[in-house]
Design a protein around this ligand. Sequence first.
Ligand code: XUL
Length: 525
Amino acid sequence: MSLYLGLDSSTQSLTAILLEADDRHRRVVFESSISFDEAFPKYGTRHGVLPNADQVTAVSPPLLWVDALESMFDRLSKTGLDLTHLAAVSGSAQQHGSVYLNATARSGLASLDPARPLAEQIAPMLSRAVSPIWMDSSTSAECAEIEAAVGGDRALAQHTGSRAFERFTAAQIRKFAKQDAGGYASTDRIHLVSSFLASLLTGAHAPMDPGDGSGMNLMDLAACQWWAPAVDSTAPGLGAKLPPVTRASSVVGTLSSYWQKRFGLPAARVIAWSGDNPCSLVGVGLVREGRLAISLGTSDTVFGLMREPRVDKTGTGHVFGSPTGDYMGLTCFKNGSLAREKIRDQFGLSWQSFSEILRRTPAGNGGRIMLPWFEPEITPTVLDPGVRRFGLSENDVDGNVRGVIEAQQLAMALHSRWMDVEVDSIHATGGAAANRDILQVMADVFGAVVYQLQVGNSAALGAALMALHGSATAEGRPMAWDDVISQFVEPMAESALNPDPRNRAVYADLIGKYADCERQALAHA
Ligand code: XUL
């Protein structure tokens, strides 16, 4: 039996999942999380982010992630598990965040002293004390400058998979280069959180994987190489500061002597780390085209694997690389659970009575439509929030309950069309995926079978499965991705919800009307 470790460094915590696997059996033998704020109060973070006076800047201390990584290996080494069987390690990290290192890191990473804690040895290698993260939206000016320099938003999206977004790394690097030219000049290497943590493990600058590299607005999706016009437009000399891009799930090194000596570990393979969304794609079992995952959480996201890098011409969706070597489309909606809860609370309902209304009211809501933009919306872009109703009275309990759920599902179906994937099944995750009446609307709108999938820590699980896949490939016995995920993320057959053909026909008509209502509302925004 060999062991495979998956780590997930998210905004607020570090999670580890250790799998034990041989040809026939696989099981999770260790699962643990470290909350950043609780475990390392000395950094003064709130929910993993440094408090900031303005609403738009979001930075975190990279040394916090370093401390957490070491602390997790310490925990692992005290479990009593025989870690000499550790075959491979991979990881997931919050996307878009960047870490800035000076030239001393080249030799410093290779000669870490196993007798001393890691963070104090990494500190002098940083050319910037903080890392901008995905929650930052302070770079609108830089986005506009980069788009103008490469020939517009369409050109940028066509090559890199997304138009310029404030949280994406190119705009963040440009802002740093403009505001602190000296700090930028002393930067020898810019990592993503994922490739930074992989570098700590291997003791050398690790390459980036295409999945996380595509969250930068810098990588040519089709070539999986840096796209020179974007790189040159972002900051002077940036090309020399970026790591190379490697193949997804490939071996980037072995655990350095620091980890071997400090924690008694073997020279296990380190498999390229990726971003949390690409890792979740594997962690929820989306290893072939035709399946979508819909996560119903604080925000609702719809994502799926694509064989080809098709780009969203409307500019709201993203294309990232997938750990399987394919691509993934992702569209994010901000008005998720908050909108559902607003309607529930407005009419003093319980989730049970909410569900009863969904069961007794007809699909299509008699043609009445709601646009549930309680908060500014990401998809479509709505900066001026407010619920819009078409033929629907504000006091109609049944109409509003059905209206909010149908609107969310129709919006997801409409704004994932650009992925051009023939959807046969959907894996539903997140808190609201427990509600089967909501999922029946999903099945009817998409015309697909919906399965409930209760996975916690899907990004860490995805990383552990990447370690298993990458290691098997390196040993010359490549595994099919379907075999990699089997036993872990197969949806429960008994949870299947089939679309009702009559309701499906109603929604096939209604989606056009819904799109018209959106257009009308946006024209008056
Ligand atoms: C994706 C994004 C977030 C972060 C969260 O584009 O910004 O999902 O990856 O960690």
